[in-house]
Design a protein around this ligand. Structure first.
Ligand SMILES: C[S@@+](CC[C@H](N)C(=O)[O-])C[C@H]1O[C@@H](n2cnc3c(N)ncnc32)[C@H](O)[C@@H]1O
Length: 249
């Protein structure tokens, strides 16, 4: 599988997408030294659920979208996969590659690219995974990326997205998740209250956090052509949605 860096037929991303990409790049490059420490039990469970959802066999070619420091990419490599980690932040990709080197994992490579602009050869990938990254994308870009992933996958290939998935507070389920998060953060005192204010702003204005429900993700997968689409709640707002590209498509 070779990343194709430019697509001559593409007119490039829209202004809103370019803006969203620049914001994410800035924000996540600043967090490169702290994000991996955000390794709480919940996040470990979500990552484990994403890995569990992959029908993993040694030698598979996987792409990790928004790989960060390589939480999924490195684990997939430990289990014998060849992995390309993709991230908008060069600092994150560097971190993943240096951790891979430390562990002697030789099947991990990195691509610095916005997910929205990633071009891969059609039918060149067995598994596309992502953990807590795709909710950062604008809604039209989420749909485009799911369609693009369908194209990159070989027939029988899998798309697995573990992510923050919730709606905009209109359902009882959303309200329950939001109330639980607020309670947990409030227990942390002033820093928790500050996080509530920051996250509420981002979530309500959809500035950097743009989650959609597991049902909406499942619909996007089905519309792109994926079959065997399943959604599993892991903890609070974290869900894993996966689908398979049919063998005959
Ligand atoms: C919450 S972190 C998750 C990192 C990693 N997947 C993990 O499980 O630890 C989100 C990651 O997505 C990356 N990201 C956000 N928006 C992106 C985009 N549009 N294209 C590529 N990467 C993006 C960030 O740079 C960051 O590394």
């Amino acid at each position: 599988m070779a990343p194709v860096s430019s697509d001559p037929s593409s007119r490039g991303p829209r202004r809103s997408t370019r803006l969203a990409i620049a914001t994410q790049r800035r924000a996540w490059t600043r967090r490169v030294d702290t994000w991996d420490r955000h390794n709480d039990a919940g996040m470990a469970k979500v990552a484990a659920a994403a890995i569990d959802a992959v029908d993993l066999r040694p030698g598979l070619t996987c792409v990790d979208l928004g790989c960060g420091g390589g939480r999924l990419a490195l684990e997939l490599a430990r289990r014998g996969a060849t992995v390309v980690g993709v991230d908008v932040s060069a600092a994150m990709v560097d971190r993943m590659l240096s951790l891979a080197r430390e562990e002697g994992l030789t099947t991990v490579t990195g691509v610095v690219s916005p997910i929205e602009e990633l071009r891969l050869d059609p039918g060149s990938v067995d598994v596309v995974v992502s953990n807590y990254a795709l909710h950062h994308l604008l809604d039209p870009d989420k749909a485009r990326v799911v369609r693009a992933a369908y194209g990159w996958l070989r027939p029988g290939g899998q798309f697995v997205n573990a992510d923050m998935m919730l709606g905009r507070g209109t359902t009882a389920q959303d309200r329950q998740v939001i109330a639980g998060k607020v309670r947990a953060m409030a227990q942390k005192g002033i820093p928790g209250l500050w996080r509530i204010a920051k996250n509420a702003g981002r979530y309500l204005l959809r500035l950097r956090e743009r989650p959609i429900t597991p049902e909406a993700w499942s619909r996007l997968l089905r519309e792109a052509g994926f079959t065997q689409v399943t959604a599993r709640n892991v903890v609070a707002e974290a869900n894993v949605v996966s689908g398979v590209k049919p063998l005959a498509s």
